[in-house]
Ligand binder design. Structure first.
Ligand SMILES: NC(=O)c1ccc[n+]([C@@H]2O[C@H](COP(=O)([O-])OP(=O)(O)OC[C@H]3O[C@@H](n4cnc5c(N)ncnc54)[C@H](OP(=O)(O)O)[C@@H]3O)[C@@H](O)[C@H]2O)c1
Length: 273
């Protein structure tokens, strides 16, 4: 199956589930090629993962045309300036072997550095020039997003955050909903113990599905865009088949009750690279 698409606030369409690539290195080439053959159309990488070349080789090796693949990458704090973002984009495009990016993201806000507004201004210029189709942030809290809005009058189309049933990020998700920002979930099926939570196991048993499929369908039924990573074609296919599931309102409600709060995630006011 080919993953269905969502529409971003700027009218660009984006696949509703993607393939994560961290922490893959040489194995990323085969994993990306198999993911694309199976039906993934969004690939998530980053400068920090050190695998953009391997990911680019996987894209080139697949038979899927470039214009059907949504390539997303992220840059580190060293590039938090208007010109720095342009250089970061050019370096990523060179490593990936492509001449445009579908989405470029500020990987972490690094508020201690205090330059994420400049980085966002750099993204907006690339968007105007068509070098990127969407401007993304990652690990931004509502206060960081609000600062972008005040300074530029604009917001990203996507904010990629650590989100799973144990860490549901209610405040951030509510801000996204109010401002038409798509929520993209990183580590959507982690930590590993989440997949043996008794509630997830019970829902999986009812649907004759796997725990990972239940968690991924919970994300997509909420309208979140999960980017599960798997190096294994069998698990990539298993994760794609989550689209065949239909969770009931009651299933969604019992999973919604699993939230353990914001201290499940890394504090992006403190950590960043
Ligand atoms: N923006 C950020 O700061 C940030 C931070 C971290 C990650 N990310 C992105 O988000 C992506 C996903 O996050 P993640 O890789 O940390 O976590 P994840 O995708 O939630 O989980 C990946 C782990 O789950 C295993 N797995 C995959 N499918 C499975 C299945 N069906 N059943 C059981 N286990 C399964 C994988 O192992 P196998 O490979 O052996 O299948 C791997 O160990 C990353 O790859 C990266 O692209 C972004």
């Amino acid at each position: 199956m080919i993953v269905p698409r969502l529409t971003l606030s700027n009218g660009v369409t984006i696949p509703a589930m993607g393939l994560g690539t961290y922490p893959m290195h040489d194995e990323a080439t085969a994993a990306v090629a198999s993911g694309l053959e199976l039906g993934y159309r969004l690939i998530d990488t980053a400068e920090a993962y050190g695998n953009e070349e391997q990911v680019g080789r996987g894209i080139a090796a697949s038979r899927v045309p470039r214009d059907q693949i949504f390539i997303t990458t992220k840059f580190n704090r060293a590039w938090h300036s208007v010109d720095g973002v342009r250089q970061a984009a050019q370096a990523s495009m060179r490593r990936l072997g492509v001449d445009y990016l579908d989405m470029l993201l500020i990987h972490w806000p690094n508020p201690g550095l205090g330059r994420y507004v400049e980085a966002f201004e750099g993204l907006l210029r690339l968007l105007d020039e068509g070098i990127i189709k969407a401007a993304g942030t990652s690990n931004f809290k509502p206060a960081h997003l609000a600062r972008l809005h005040t300074a530029t009058g604009m917001l990203p189309q996507v904010n990629q955050i650590n989100l799973n049933p144990w860490a549901q990020r209610a405040d951030t998700v509510a801000y996204h909903r109010r401002h038409q920002i798509l929520t993209e979930s990183w580590s959507p099926i982690r930590p590993a113990a989440l997949l043996s939570d008794p509630v997830i196991l019970a829902v999986a048993k009812d649907h004759d599905a796997t725990p990972a499929q239940v968690v991924l369908r919970w994300h997509t039924q909420h309208g979140y865009l999960p980017i599960p990573k798997s190096a294994s074609p069998a698990r990539q296919a298993e994760n794609l088949a989550s689209w065949d599931l239909e969770l009931s309102e009651a299933d969604m409600a019992v999973i919604d009750d699993l939230d353990r709060g914001e201290d499940q995630v890394t504090d992006s006011d403190v950590y960043g690279h």
